[in-house]
Design a protein around this ligand. Sequence first.
Ligand SMILES: Cc1cc2nc3c(=O)[nH]c(=O)nc-3n(C[C@H](O)[C@H](O)[C@H](O)COP(=O)(O)OP(=O)(O)OC[C@H]3O[C@@H](n4cnc5c(N)ncnc54)[C@H](O)[C@@H]3O)c2cc1C
Length: 404
Amino acid sequence: MINLELPKSMQDIAELAHGVGEGMFRPISRKYDRAEHDYPKEIDALRDLMGNTGDATSSSGDDKDKQKKTDKPADGSKNGVNMTTVVGMIEMCWGDVGLTLSIPGRGLGNAAIQAVGSPEQKKKFGGKWAAMAITEPAAGSDSGAIKTTARRDGDDWVINGEKIYVTAGDRCEAVVVWANIDPEAGKAGIKSFVVEKGTPGMELVRLEKKLGIRSSDTAAFSFNDCRIPGENLLGSAEILDKKKGFGGVMQTFDNTRPMVAAMAIGVGKAALEVANKLLSGEGVRTEAWDLPPARRTAVEDELIRLEAEWEAARLLTLKAAWMADNGKRNSLEAAMCKAKAGRMGNEVTLRCVELCGVLGYSENELLEKWARDSKILDIFEGTQQIQQLIIARQLLGKSSRELK
Ligand SMILES: Cc1cc2nc3c(=O)[nH]c(=O)nc-3n(C[C@H](O)[C@H](O)[C@H](O)COP(=O)(O)OP(=O)(O)OC[C@H]3O[C@@H](n4cnc5c(N)ncnc54)[C@H](O)[C@@H]3O)c2cc1C
């Protein structure tokens, strides 16, 4: 029989993360929504508490060294770092998405270093807070179209180009930069490089003002003849197969997409909880699941529908994380959970604003903030439309060239 309950060890992790969300994030949530670009020093302590383990919340599942067997059900499957991260992420983002993204030492660049870095690179850069710079002014969804180049010069690499919308770009200590080492080879020439802050030729040109996740800084960089040591290339400099493109670097997304889905589940959970509380104060029966539809009000019906959407997104996300932990190819499930959860997060938070009327729209509650914060979760790590494209390609057996 399928057991959809979280095992005890996962419940403990959820409880711990919920404590961070409730005790540390919620009290300062509005403060840093208003003080965009100010560093939330109150969460500095999390760096020592959680360590530098990888991506936005934990470490990449590709990092076999860090695969912790936190649970071992009888069928031999395990819950590892992906499940742990997803479960923890939901609860921390229940507290605040932007602050979760601001936890020192846990940038997306850390995930890349853990996923493709050599043991020496992990040792050298593992202690640094690393952001991830893929997006450029003319390359967003189509990350294979990046124009930034890395030219070999003696033992060094020389980087030239522009990167925009780099999460934690201001606060981080290093940036993992995607650049092409052989533009003639197309996507196959794309590699990632660790560029440490303070390297001559690397300049932070501006910080973006945003709709949501304002406590998380977002930076633009320019690279002008930025020289870095040869050993800062992550992975191999060899261009193995020009036709195959850059499937290798793209696989990082199979681990990070469930994490972004988990963020949407967290903020959706927060919105549903507050909406239920506010509406039950107005006489709405918020747990009216067992009443026949004819005896439920439109608002009660809507709350049930939103909860079902939320649960569907949650189960898809847990499945994608479980597959990653158990060495199963999960590109389809990672895209599915990201698409479902991204959409759900936007819908649930906005509908909760609507259902709660003026209270939902007012800054007295966090509902309006969560509606703003949720939007990005349907954009970064691949937009809604891109996830649907990936799902369609996989289901129809089409390549990216055949289905654009
Ligand atoms: C707050 C924030 C933080 C970010 N953090 C990072 C970061 O840390 N590192 C990083 O590298 N990037 C980051 N990004 C960039 C983010 O990943 C991109 O915004 C995203 O990939 C979309 O790219 P784009 O904005 O250029 O939109 P575009 O690619 O120009 O797309 C515009 C619209 O067209 C749609 N579209 C595009 N192609 C297709 C298609 N083939 N079929 C159907 N629809 C399509 C898209 O879905 C979208 O709705 C961040 C962005 C934001 C807003």
